[in-house]
Design a protein around this ligand. Structure first.
Ligand code: HEM
Ligand SMILES: [Cu+2]
Length: 557
C-alpha cells in the first residue's frame, strides 16, 4: 500500500542482550526499557494464570447449590487473592509494562528518563507479589478480607491472622513501584521527545500513560498512608480503624476508595490508549477528534478524584453527600461517551480490516459500554441500594475489567507482538481465541446481572436451591471453563508464534507511529535515525510526501 521506509534495515541482528543464549543474568540485571517491558508482560501473564485458576476454583464451588468443593474459609481467601492479583499484579503492571516498552519508542527516545528506577519499579512488583503469595504458607493462610480490606475484617490480631499484614506490606512495595513508574513516565514524556514531537502530536497512548501517571502519583500516597495506619493497627495496637477504641472503620473506606476509584481509571485509561492506537490503523484513517480524546482523558482524570463515595452509598453518609457523589459519578459518563463517539467515528467510513487486534478493539467498545451502562445505573443511589454487594456488581466490574481492560490488553498484544518479537501471531489461533473469549466471557458474566437482581449476594461460598439460581450459576461456571480454554489458546499462540510465526518486518500493519520505524525487535539503541516528525502520523507523512497530515507544518530539524 505504501512505500517501504528505508529507515532501519529489516531484521537487523537483535540486540545482543536479547539473544536467547544470553541467559537469565542479562535479563535480571537489565536496565533496558524493552527488556524490562517484556519482563513485566511475562510476569503479569504468570499472575493472570494464577488469578484465573483462583477464579476457576470459585466458579466450580458455585456451579451448584450447596456444593462442598472448597471450604468457606478458603473461598474467602480465594476471592481476596483473585481480586488483588488481577488488579495489582495483572492489569496494572501489564499496562505499566507495555508503556515502559512503547513510550520511549513512540516519542523517539533512547530509553526511559531513569532506567535504573525503571528496573527497581519492576522488581518491586515481583517482590510485592511474592510477599502477598507467601501468606498462603502461613498457618492462617492468605488474607480473607476482600480486596478492599474493610475494617474490622482486616483488623483481626496478627497472631491469629497474618495474611492481611503480608498483603499490606506487599501492596506498599508495589505502591512505591507505581509512584516511581509514574514519575519516570512523566519526566520521560515531558522532556525526552524527539524534535517535532510536540504535546499535540504524541500518540494518544502516550497521552493516556501521562494522565495515568499523574493519577498514580496523586492517589497511591493515599492508600500507602492507609496501609501504614493499618499496619500500625495490626502490629502496634494503634486504633485508627477500630471503633471500639475510638477509631473509625468508615475512615478506612474513605482512604481506600479515595484511592480505589481513581485506581479503576488507572486500569482503564491506558487501555483506552491501546484502543486509540489500534482503531485508526485498522480503519485506515487518522483518529477522529484527537484533541477530544486527549482532553476527555484529562477530564476523566480530574473527575475521578471526586467520586469515591459512590462505593459507600450503603454506609449512610447522608442525602446531600450521596446526591453529590451520585451526580459527580454520572458526570464521568460524558467524557467517556466522548471517547466512544470518537472511536466509532474513526471506524465510520473507514476501510476496516478485522485482524485480531481490531476484533478485540471493536469488542472492547461493546463490552466496555455494557459495563459503563450498568455503572451509570448503580451511580444512582436507590438502584445501588438494591443491588449493592450483589452479583450485579460482580457482573458490572467484570464487564469493565475483563470486557474493558483485558480485551484491550489482548488487542495490544496481537498488535505489538510483531514489534516485540519480530514475528506475527497466528491469525487462525487469534480468531479462535477471540471467539472463545466472546462466548466464555458473556456466558460467565451476563447471567450474573440477573442473579444479582434476584438477590444473590457477592462473596458467598454457596447458596440455597432457589429457582433458577442453580442453572444460572452452572451457565456461569461453564462460561468460565470456556474462558479458561480461550486463555490456553492465547498462550499457545504466543508460544508457537514466538519461534515459528511469520517474519514481521518493521511495520507489518502499515501503521504510522514511530515505534514502527524501529526494527522488529528494536535495536538496543532503538533507532539508527529517528524519522522527522511533522505531524501526528510521521510514518504516513514519510510514505505519502504528497499528502502530509499537516501540510503547513514547519520542518524542525
Ligand atoms: C478469568 C475470568 C474471571 C473469572 C471467571 C472471575 C470470577 C470471579 C469470581 C467467582 C469472583 C468472586 C465473586 C464473589 O464471590 O463475590 C470474582 C471477584 C473479583 N474479580 Fe474476577 N474473574 C475473572 C477475571 C477477573 C479480572 C480480569 C479481574 C480484574 C482485572 C477481576 C477482578 C475481580 C475483583 C476485583 C473481584 C472482587 C474480589 C472481592 O470481592 O474482594 N476478575 N471474580
Ligand atoms: Cu468507583
Amino acid at each position: 500500500m505504501s512505500r517501504r521506509l528505508p529507515l532501519v534495515p529489516e531484521n537487523t541482528e537483535p540486540l545482543p542482550s536479547l539473544k536467547e543464549n544470553q541467559g537469565m543474568l542479562a535479563w535480571v540485571s537489565s536496565v533496558d526499557h524493552k527488556q524490562i517491558g517484556l519482563m513485566y508482560l511475562m510476569v503479569t501473564m504468570v499472575f493472570f494464570v494464577v488469578g484465573g485458576l483462583e477464579a476457576l476454583l470459585m466458579r466450580i464451588q458455585l456451579s451448584q447449590p450447596e456444593f462442598n468443593f472448597i471450604s468457606p474459609e478458603v473461598y474467602n481467601q480465594l476471592f481476596t487473592m483473585h481480586g488483588t492479583t488481577m488488579i495489582f499484579f495483572v492489569v496494572m503492571p501489564f499496562l505499566i509494562g507495555v508503556g515502559v516498552y512503547l513510550v520511549p519508542l513512540m516519542i523517539g527516545a533512547r530509553d526511559m528518563a531513569f532506567p535504573r528506577l525503571n528496573a527497581l519499579s519492576f522488581w518491586l512488583v515481583v517482590f510485592g507479589g511474592i510477599l502477598i503469595y507467601y501468606s498462603f504458607l502461613t498457618q492462617s493462610g492468605a488474607p480473607d478480607m476482600g480486596w478492599f480490606a474493610y475494617s474490622p475484617l482486616s483488623e483481626k490480631p496478627f497472631s491469629l491472622n497474618k495474611g492481611p499484614t503480608y498483603w499490606a506490606l506487599g501492596l506498599l512495595a508495589t505502591g512505591i513501584s507505581s509512584v516511581a513508574s509514574g514519575l519516570n513516565n512523566i519526566v520521560t514524556i515531558l522532556t525526552m521527545r524527539t524534535p517535532g514531537m510536540t504535546m499535540r502530536r504524541i500518540p494518544l497512548f502516550v497521552w493516556m500513560i501521562l494522565v495515568t501517571s499523574f493519577l498514580l502519583i496523586f492517589v497511591i500516597p493515599i492508600i500507602a498512608s492507609a496501609f501504614a495506619m493499618m499496619l500500625l493497627d495490626r502490629l502496634l495496637e494503634a486504633t485508627f480503624f477500630t471503633p471500639a477504641h475510638g477509631g473509625s472503620a468508615i475512615l478506612w473506606q474513605h482512604f481506600f476508595w479515595g484511592f480505589g476509584h481513581p485506581e479503576v481509571y488507572i486500569l482503564i485509561l491506558p487501555a483506552f490508549g491501546i484502543i486509540s492506537e489500534v482503531i485508526p490503523v485498522f480503519s485506515r484513517k487518522p483518529i477522529f477528534g484527537y484533541e477530544f480524546v486527549a482532553g476527555s482523558t484529562v477530564a476523566i482524570g480530574l473527575l475521578s478524584l471526586g467520586v469515591w463515595a459512590h462505593h459507600m452509598f450503603a454506609v449512610g453518609l447522608g442525602d446531600v453527600t450521596n446526591l453529590y457523589f451520585s451526580l459527580a459519578s454520572m458526570l464521568i459518563a460524558i467524557p467517556t461517551g466522548v471517547k466512544v463517539l470518537n472511536w466509532v467515528a474513526t471506524m465510520w467510513g473507514g476501510k476496516i480490516i478485522f485482524a485480531t487486534p481490531m476484533l478485540f478493539a471493536t469488542a472492547f467498545i461493546i463490552e466496555f459500554v455494557m459495563g459503563g451502562i450498568t455503572g451509570v445505573a448503580i451511580a444512582s443511589v436507590p438502584i445501588d441500594w438494591v443491588v449493592t454487594d450483589s452479583y450485579f456488581i460482580v457482573a458490572h466490574f467484570h464487564y469493565v475489567l475483563y470486557g474493558g481492560s483485558m480485551f484491550a490488553i489482548f488487542a495490544g498484544v496481537y498488535y505489538w507482538f510483531p514489534k516485540f518479537t519480530g514475528r506475527m501471531m497466528s491469525e487462525t489461533l487469534g480468531k479462535w481465541h477471540f471467539w472463545l473469549t466472546i462466548i466464555g466471557f458473556n456466558m460467565t458474566f451476563f447471567v450474573q446481572h440477573f442473579l444479582g437482581v434476584m438477590g444473590m449476594p457477592r462473596r458467598i461460598y454457596t447458596y440455597q436451591d432457589f429457582p433458577y439460581w442453580g442453572s444460572m450459576n452452572l451457565i456461569s461456571t461453564i462460561g468460565a471453563v470456556v474462558l479458561a480454554l480461550s486463555v490456553l489458546v492465547f498462550m499457545w499462540n504466543v508460544h508457537v508464534s514466538r519461534k515459528r510465526g511469520k517474519k514481521a518486518g518493521n511495520n507489518p500493519w502499515d501503521a504510522w507511529t514511530l515505534e514502527w520505524a524501529a526494527a522488529s525487535p528494536p535495536a538496543v539503541h532503538n533507532f539508527d535515525l529517528v524519522p522527522p516528525v511533522r505531524g501526528r502520523r510521521p510514518l504516513w507523512d514519510l510514505a505519502h510526501p504528497e499528502q502530509p497530515d499537516e501540510p503547513n507544518a514547519k520542518v524542525v530539524d
